[in-house]
Design a protein around this ligand. Structure first.
Ligand code: GDP
Length: 322
């Protein structure tokens, strides 16, 4: 009898669920959610904390928009639109299109079901801090892993470009990421409740393959986070493969911050608290150089196109914990 790959995952998942410890992963909204899909196939989802960037949160049409939180939430609920890594699969856009017809152009294309969650967030935020709101929504969606916003406070991110200062969404959507980027600035925010405790008590913290400048550094910039990471076993996956990001503006943002656009550049950002770094096989020539910064460097396929790729990478990341 041929045993399908999926059956093997389920058997593995059952045995591993008996033995794993708490793992935390720092996430943005595209690269890391793919890795999360692999991780929850091989550990008990209850053992996973996802700490999510909130620097891009904003209000649109009166509703609170938390792009990376929603992507992580929809990913774990199995309803994410995997073409865009944004919004809900097979959503309709009746409200968005009606608004357009009556002369109101929203900066982001928001689906109808997706909008319902954003409206609920906005109402709940009248009563509760943001992290509680996210916890209510993830429970309603039947998600077993915890989703922890890095902060309950609102960030104010500005992209400084050759066409002037603009919001993150204006740069990415209206300006299509085209302007030359000179700097990226955002304000300091306080950690959400228990954030530091969760990091300190984790068996392992994973820094997923997300934009180092606008997804991971905002989390690292929170007072106490780097110190907590130094006391924990930390593994990171490079979002840069062969000197390029797979998607998004990471190259422009890294250059603007004076980092080399390469896995070595990413290593230089995380070096002070990183125990193990996973780079793509394509970057094997950089391994020796990075070993001067980080004691353990692994090469493997990190380009996650299929569920098999995601599970294989998750296994490499979790390594000794499994
Ligand atoms: P954002 O919040 O939408 O900007 O998304 P993230 O910060 O989570 O992710 C953007 C980064 O993910 C980019 O730098 C991509 O290179 C990286 N990325 C996307 N898919 C993959 C993948 O399959 N493997 C790796 N290694 N990186 C990826």
């Amino acid at each position: 009898m041929k045993i399908g790959v999926f059956n093997n995952y389920n058997i593995l998942k059952y045995y591993l669920s008996l033995s794993t410890n708490m793992i935390s992963i720092l996430s943005g909204g595209t690269g890391t959610p793919k890795l999360i899909q692999g991780i929850v196939q091989i550990i008990n989802p209850e053992d996973l904390n996802v700490i999510v960037n909130t620097v891009e949160n904003t209000y649109i049409s009166g509703n609170y928009i938390a792009p990376d939180i929603d992507t992580v939430m929809y990913t774990l609920a199995g309803i994410i639109n995997e073409e865009k890594w944004y919004g809900i699969r097979d959503d309709t856009f009746i409200t968005h299109e009606t608004l357009e017809k009556i002369g109101y152009n929203e900066i982001l294309r928001i689906g109808d079901k997706d909008r319902a969650f954003k409206i609920q967030k906005t109402f709940l935020m009248e009563k509760y801090p943001f992290s509680k709101v996210v916890d209510i929504q993830r429970k309603e969606l039947g998600i077993k892993s915890r989703i922890i916003p890095m902060s309950d406070e609102q960030s104010n991110i500005k992209i400084i470009t050759d066409r002037g200062e603009m919001s993150f969404h204006k740069f990415l959507v209206e300006e299509k990421g085209e302007p030359e980027v000179e700097d990226i600035i955002y304000n300091k925010v306080e950690p959400s409740n228990n954030l530091l405790q969760i990091i300190k008590s984790s068996e392992m913290v994973v820094i997923g393959p997300s934009n180092p400048v606008t997804s991971i550094e905002p989390i690292l910039s929170i007072a106490g986070v780097k110190k907590a990471l130094k006391r924990t076993y930390v593994v990171a996956v490079s979002p840069i493969i062969g000197g390029k990001p797979l998607s998004g503006p990471a190259a422009k943002f890294m250059s603007a911050k004076g980092y080399e656009v390469s896995c070595t550049g990413v290593a230089s950002i995380y070096r002070k608290f990183l125990d193990r770094f996973i780079i793509d096989t394509e970057d094997i020539v950089s391994k020796k150089k990075i070993e001067k910064l980080i004691s353990e460097v692994m090469t493997t396929n990190t380009n996650m196109k299929t569920m098999d790729d995601k599970v294989m990478l998750a296994r490499s990341v979790l390594g000794e914990i499994l």
